[in-house]
Write a protein that binds this ligand. Sequence first.
Ligand code: HEM
Length: 436
Amino acid sequence: MSKLPLPPGTPGLPVIGESAKLTSARFLPWVQQHYARFGPVWHTRMLLPTRVPQSFEIAMLVGPAAHRWAMVEHWRDLSWHTGYEFLNPFFESGILNSDEEEHAAAVKAVAPVFNSNYTEVYLRTVLSLCEQQLALWGTQGTRLLRDDLRLITLGSIERILFETDMEENQQRQFNTLWMTFIAGLAQMPWQRTYRQALRAKRAIDQILAALIVHEQTLLSQGQPRTNVIASLLRAREYGAYRLTDAGVMSHIRMLAFAGHETTSSTLEWLIVYLARDPALQSQVRVATNAFLRYATPRHQDLASSLVDAVIMEVMRLHPMFLMLRGVTKDLEFNGYRIPQGWMVMLSPFAAHRLPEVFPEPEHFDHTRFLAPQQVPPYAMIAFGEGKRSCPGSHLAWTMIKLVLAKILQFYDLTLDPATSLTYSSDPPPVAYQSRA
Ligand code: HEM
C-alpha cells in the first residue's frame, strides 16, 4: 500500500490550498475541470470549519464508483466524527457526528422517531400546520416560500420530538432559536452567526430541560405520550441505555437539525420547478389530490411514480453540498493511496451533475427517474448510501408529499418567465393564485 502514489491534483498553497473553490458558484466548474483531468479522485487542500480552523489534505471523490467505495465498501474505515468535527460543539454524541459504539448507541436511542406510531401522528400534524400557514397567504400574491416551509417542517418535526402545545409567542421564539442554531453550524468559529448558534444552543437547552421535566411528570402520572423525549426517558427508565439529560437534548437537537432544513429546502425547490412548468404542475396535482382523498391520509395513499420522479429530480439538482469523512487508516482507491489523517470529501451536488451519468445535467427532466434502470447504482446519493444513509428519508418523503399536495390543492403556482435558474441560484419567489 505505501508504494502506491498519492492521488494527482493541484492542492495549491500551504494551509489555504484550494479553499476559495468552496463557494456555490466556483465549486462546480472546479470539480468538472478536475474530474475531466484526473478522473474520480484527486488531491486537494482546504481550510475546513473545524473548531480551530485547520487545513486538511483531502481526497476529493466523485462518481458512482467512488460513492460505492466510500459509503458501502469502506464506511467503517472512515470517521464521521472527524469529518463533521465542526458539528461537535453543537451535538455532543449526535448520530451524524459519531462512530462505532457511540454511533450504535445513538441509532438505538433515536430509533423510535422512525417508528410508525409516530408517523401517523405526524401526518396529521403536517397537514394541520400546512393549513395554518397557507391561511396566511390570502387568495393571491408572490412570496419567497422559505420561511413558510421552514415553519411547517420545523413544526412537524417538533411534534414528533416533543409534542407540546406552546403559547404562540413562546413558539415563535423557540422557532427563531432553532433557525439561528441551524444557520450557524457550518460557519467558521470567528463568524457572528457561529457565536449566535452557540448562544441559541444554550437557550434551546434551557427549554428542552423544562420539557424533559414536563414529560417526566406526565409519564409518572401514567399519561400516554407519543413523542421522542418521552420514549428516550422511558427507555432510560427501563435501563436499555445510559442516557443523561444532556444526551437526550443532544439527540433532540441533532434530529431537529438533520430533518428540518434539508426537507424544507427540497420542498422549496420542488415548488419552484412546478411553478415554472404549468403542464407538469397540472399532472402532479392530479396525483397529489388523490393523496388527500381521505381526511387522514395513510402512507399507502401517498404512492405516485410521477410525484416520486419529480421529487427525485429536485433532489438530484439540489442535494447536500458536501459530505466529509476522516480517513482512519491508509486506504486504496483507483490505484492511489489515501493516507490515514486525510479527509475524504464527497459532493452530491457535483456528482449529480456528471454529464456521463446524468445527460444534460442542468436540464430538469423528471423522466430520468421514471425508468430507474437509466440511473446507475450509487449515482444518486441525495440520502447517502449504505449503512449510514439517511434514516429520516421516509419521514422526509411523507412531509414533502403532503405539503406539496396541500399547496397544489389550494393554489395555481407560476414563476416569472424571466427567472433563470442556474446551479448557483437561490430559490426565487413564486406567484400563487387561489383555485377556489
Ligand atoms: C429531504 C430531506 C433529507 C435529506 C436530503 C437528507 C439527507 C441526508 C444525507 C445525505 C445523510 C447522510 C450524510 C452523510 O453520509 O454524511 C443524512 C443522514 C441523516 N439524516 Fe437525513 N435527510 C433528510 C431528512 C431527514 C429527516 C426528516 C430526518 C429525521 C428527522 C433525518 C435524519 C438524519 C440522521 C439522523 C442522519 C445521520 C445518520 C447516520 O449518520 O447514521 N434526515 N441525511
